[in-house]
Ligand binder design. Structure first.
Ligand code: SF4
Length: 337
């Protein structure tokens, strides 16, 4: 076993996180948490994880669920393709794997939403098998440890890191090792001003030795985000608001949004009474920056509005929590309905 892995394992057992709700050794829990943790912090994930597992306690119940319910439980967590992939994978596991998560890399990697790092996490954390995790925290630790200033968001760097991480793997204690290196990145080797004095691998860390921890990881500036304007109609009638299911592919597919002006005929628009312009919202996605303007309208007799009942719905605030809503829609309903 390398000194690196030995130190990480000992540190994890002593000072790492050992009370996370998904540390149950149940492969299903590990899989759901690992998907939720992609792009999302632990403290944000915890309440979502509890709610998800309460509603879908196992693979079979998740596979049988309606896609809308899965999206509703994901509402606010963002990156909704993760929820769609989780559901697709559960259906595959039910049909082809007898409701059991496989413990072979070759099987895991073929499942929707499971990439190299997630497969490595499942193997090590759920099955105590060798598996390489390369999430953002782990990459930062490895790049600093080796004093590597190559850009973190470069394919060649990723390939080199994979090889480097493979060489550092221990011969046993895979669960503690994987958890340990993630914990180290999250608790000590933070993006800015890492707590090197408490770090178990400080003696051999090149970035620490040369005092350029804050310069690593180096990142090639990514392309500026595409800017997009959205104009929503917030139409309410008594205690209900009008929502429509977004069937378009891309962001927020199958989630419930507010309608837009071009979705109504002139006669429908004449039924609306303008109330106010709501404050402008900006919402950042991984590749887009959305500027959302919302106009608030009321309608006395909502039944006169001609809408397609299969894709539009009048919804009470209390019922909106059971639907798949992106964060800005949730926020507007909570503040203005
Ligand atoms: S010594 Fe500092 S920079 Fe190096 S791995 Fe530890 S916390 Fe990170």
């Amino acid at each position: 076993m390398t000194t690196f892995s030995k130190k990480i394992i000992n540190w994890q057992k002593r000072d790492g996180r050992n009370d996370l709700p998904w540390q149950t050794k149940n492969p299903y829990h590990v899989w759901i948490s690992e998907i939720m943790l992609q792009q999302t912090q632990v403290k944000t994930v915890i309440p979502y994880f509890h709610k998800f597992i309460k509603n879908f306690p196992n693979i079979d119940s998740l596979a049988k669920a309606k896609p809308e319910k899965v999206l509703a439980l994901w509402s606010g967590l963002g990156y909704y393709s993760r929820a769609r992939n989780i559901h697709k994978t559960a259906i595959i596991l039910q049909k082809e794997f007898n409701n059991i998560l496989p413990n072979y890399y070759e099987d895991l990697i073929k499942l929707p939403g499971i990439g190299i790092s997630t497969a490595g996490a499942i193997l090590s954390l759920a099955f105590e098998k060798p598996g390489i995790i390369l999430d953002g925290n782990v990459k930062r630790v490895l790049l600093r440890y080796s004093g590597d200033q190559s850009p973190i968001n470069n394919i060649k760097t990723q390939k080199n890191l994979l090889k480097f991480a493979e060489n550092l793997l221990p011969e046993k204690n895979f669960r503690s090792y994987s958890q340990g290196i993630m914990d180290l990145g999250s608790l000590l080797c933070k993006p800015k001003n890492p707590t090197c004095c408490e770090c178990p691998i400080k003696r051999n860390c090149l970035a620490k030795e040369l005092n350029f921890q804050n310069q690593i990881p180096f990142k090639v500036p990514s392309k500026p985000k595409k800017e997009r304007d959205i104009n929503w109609f917030f139409i309410f009638s008594k205690d209900k608001v009008l929502l429509r299911r977004n069937e378009k592919k891309g962001i927020w597919q199958n989630l419930w949004l507010f309608p837009e002006k071009n979705m109504f005929s002139k006669s429908n628009l004449n039924l609306l009474e303008k109330k106010e312009v709501l404050p402008l919202l900006t919402h950042n996605l991984s590749h887009q920056k959305l500027t959302i303007s919302t106009m608030k309208y009321s309608i006395e007799q909502r039944d006169r509005l001609k809408i397609d009942r299969s894709s539009f719905a009048w919804v009470k605030k209390s019922d909106s929590g059971k639907m798949g809503l992106p964060k800005p829609v949730k926020e507007i309903i909570n503040n203005y309905l």
